[in-house]
Design a protein around this ligand. Structure first.
Ligand SMILES: [Fe+2]
Ligand SMILES: [Fe+2]
Length: 250
């Protein structure tokens, strides 16, 4: 396994040193695909020289002991998610939207970065809930359902990209219809709706957005825990730890 270039000059030892550290991918990454269940084969390979990985993976940049939200943007989230979130938030900021909306745009697909894709609005809303206002977490949760539902009054149409992603005949599941209806009748509807209006895929070249432009806004609206995300014993700490150590066996 290759050492990530960011770790090249890190003098600290790695866990389980001297042993082969096997990675057993989480079932959600392979179930339903052509990849067979790897667990039994890996268990057969356990020996005094080969164990399952626990702790920092040298193939990933090492996280600081007290990680901040922007550390996850820089060191864990995939490039596509980072660019998409930064561009959405920058667009909302440039349009003069309220800071809570800019923050919701910045976080709306956060679970896609390094955690899980299915029901990403719900996962993302839950992940951030201990650290943002109830309204921001709500807007992130419901943007998933609202993405499918046009609202002509604000110029929002069903996304062309969804026709490409899912095919033109895609039928919405009942829970998405139900939750879009709940959102439409809620006092925070427009907060979530504005997230969907800025939820564009930038397939053309766009200038890279520096995450630091959101530092002040995060200072005002994201309750960064002193112990670091993952270590503050909030109801979602384990989700942040899963992103710090995505390859842990247990
Ligand atoms: Fe989304
Ligand atoms: Fe999005």
């Amino acid at each position: 396994m290759c050492m990530h270039p960011a770790n090249a000059n890190d003098p600290r030892p790695w866990p389980q040193q001297g042993l082969e550290r096997m990675i057993c991918p989480s079932a959600i990454a392979w179930v339903g695909t052509d990849t067979p269940d790897p667990e039994a084969g890996l268990i057969d390979r356990l020996s005094d020289k080969a164990v399952f990985m626990m702790g920092d993976n040298p193939a990933l940049p090492r996280m600081p002991e007290r990680p901040t939200l922007l550390d996850f943007f820089r060191l864990r989230f995939n490039d596509f998610t980072v660019q998409h979130l930064l561009a959405s938030a920058k667009r909302a900021m440039d349009d003069g939207h309220d800071e809570k909306i800019v923050l919701a745009c910045l976080l709306h697909d956060i679970s896609n970065g390094c955690l899980v894709r299915p029901d990403h609005g719900y996962w993302s809303g839950q992940l951030i809930a201990p650290y943002v206002s109830e309204e921001v977490a709500w807007a992130v949760t419901y943007h998933q359902a609202l993405r499918y539902v046009p609202d002509e009054s604000v110029g929002y149409a069903y996304p062309d990209s969804y026709d490409r992603f899912f095919g033109p005949g895609y039928e919405l599941p009942d829970y998405i219809r139900r939750d879009a209806e709940i959102a439409r009748n809620h006092r925070w509807y427009m907060t979530s709706r504005v997230v969907t209006l800025n939820d564009l895929y930038f397939f053309e070249d766009t200038d890279p957005v520096d995450p630091e432009i959101f530092t002040d806004l995060l200072g005002r609206h994201f309750r960064q825990p002193e112990e670091g995300l993952g270590f503050d014993n909030s109801p979602t700490s384990h989700m942040w730890r899963t992103m710090i150590w995505p390859n842990n066996f247990l």
